[in-house]
Design a binder for this molecule. Sequence first.
Ligand code: HEC
Length: 111
Amino acid sequence: MRNKLILSAATLVAALAFPAAAQDAAAGKKAADMRCAMCHGSDGLAMAPDAPNLAGADPDYILMQLGAFRSGARNHHQMSLIAAGLSEQEMEDIAAWFGRMQLTVTIPPLD
Ligand code: HEC
């Protein structure tokens, strides 16, 4: 019984965090260029020193963080406002767009 409750609570959280909307990366690019690029870069590499890179981030992670800013679980004077102004569809689309970017990483040699 208890396990069942925990399971259904987890399902509910998952359903809220990851709504089953179709993602449209092209719409996400448009929205991200207008609303996110000034800090996170149109290539997902941050322009502002206090903003993280979003290029190549897992869309689920982006959605989780936007959800946390919206719910107040994570608080930031700019991002909390920005996340509050996004629809579920916009969040899905933007997450899909940044998630599709591919990064190349150069591991530095240790001397
Ligand atoms: C005015 C600058 C600014 C704009 C515009 C902005 N962000 Fe942010 N964003 C930040 C900063 C600063 C942080 C770091 C917040 C913190 O320190 O907790 C952040 C953090 C995030 C994170 C968490 C990333 C992580 O690695 O934890 C996500 C996801 C995010 N932003 C998405 C977006 C999206 C999507 C948009 C556009 C709809 C956007 N941001 C627009 C400044 C901005």
